[in-house]
Design a protein around this ligand. Structure first.
Ligand SMILES: [Mg+2]
Length: 330
């Protein structure tokens, strides 16, 4: 059935029922009122509160040819949870605003909510409210509210010269996935699966963000714009520069094998990995590497320099510059 036949209230009833049946909001005892009143209501503790919002617009951020409705639901909530991770916090509540064309199938919207409920359950996020409006293309706007249990926040503005720079997971896998989908590149199914997942099914680093806070880290960002762009955000906010050893950047073997020379370019410039890029003293980072469950790789150092200036070197200390064919050794 099209959403125009079901009507706004019919669709709201359907989504309410999905959330009620999934019982995800039961994990949030402080939520007094979820969906069904004029606003959501919850009891708030003294702790520092976090709020973030992000929109995914059809044909700007996604195309329905390459993403399933379930994946769209997962990703639109995941990217907001990732921002909470980058602050060292825990996500609590989500508000979802959908804009939909009249001819959207209600079963597709149910799929979108299945994806959203799936990640909400995993991260103990209550879906506390939302809005639906008519539009010429699909857009999904998600607000996530969270908190910092120990009142310590990870910021972009506290990097100091001498800090070690490190990143969780792999860089460039999501961009490689996008490249594969856009150019319809054909790989073996195991490779296709990895690349698709990296782009369409990001896994926010909440647990890792909490671990950084506990180990004295104060500076972090999630890599949504790309490793270099996000490092530049840290450097500009902190009034420092950075030196990065490109040979150290963690590129997954699958991306290296499938994209050859282009792999480094994808790792440096490609966005949407939603990993944590952070800086801190080398001893703290060494301790974190011992206890964290995911790979953590040291890629360089914060230096006194023009704010936001990033210099790239290879393992031999030779400068690396960008050329017409991507990133090349100089
Ligand atoms: Mg962010």
């Amino acid at each position: 059935m099209k959403v125009s036949e079901l009507g706004e209230f019919g669709l709201i009833d359907l989504l309410d029922k999905m959330i009620a049946d999934a019982q995800i909001n039961k994990a949030s005892p402080d939520l007094l009122i979820g969906i069904g009143d004029d606003t959501a209501a919850w009891k708030c503790t003294e702790q520092v509160q976090l709020a973030t919002v992000d929109t995914m617009v059809q044909d700007i951020h996604f195309t329905l040819e390459t993403i399933s409705w379930e994946e769209l639901g997962w990703k639109s909530l995941a990217i907001n949870i990732s921002d909470i991770a980058a602050m060292g916090g825990l996500p609590h509540y989500a508000l979802v605003a959908l804009a939909l064309p009249d001819n959207t199938e209600s079963e597709d919207i149910a799929g979108l909510y299945r994806g959203m409920i799936d990640i909400a359950r995993q991260y103990k996020v209550a879906i506390a409210g939302g809005n639906i409006s008519r539009a010429s293309r699909v857009s999904v706007t998600v607000t996530v509210l969270g908190g910092c249990p120990d009142n310590k926040i990870l910021r972009r503005s506290t990097a100091k010269s001498g800090d070690t720079i490190a990143v969780t997971g792999y860089a460039g896998s999501a961009a490689a996935g996008l490249e594969m989908l856009k150019k319809k590149l054909a790989f073996r199914s195991k490779i296709t699966g990895y690349l698709k997942n990296a782009f369409l099914h990001p896994v926010p680093r909440i647990e890792e963000g909490r671990l950084l806070v506990k180990h004295g880290i104060t500076t972090a960002i999630d890599t949504s714009d790309g490793l270099l762009a996000d490092l530049r955000h840290i450097c500009e906010a902190s009034g420092v520069g950075a030196k990065v050893i490109t040979d150290l950047i963690p590129v997954n073997e699958i991306v290296k094998a499938s994209f050859k020379q282009k792999a480094l370019e994808l790792a440096l410039g490609g966005g949407e990995d939603y990993e944590l890029l952070f800086t801190g003293n080398a001893r703290n980072i060494a301790k974190i590497r011992q206890v964290i469950k995911c790979p953590v790789t040291v890629i360089g150092e914060i230096v006194k320099s023009t704010p936001g200036k990033i210099e790239l070197f290879d393992a031999g200390g030779n400068p690396v510059k960008t050329g017409r064919t991507g990133w090349t050794h100089f």
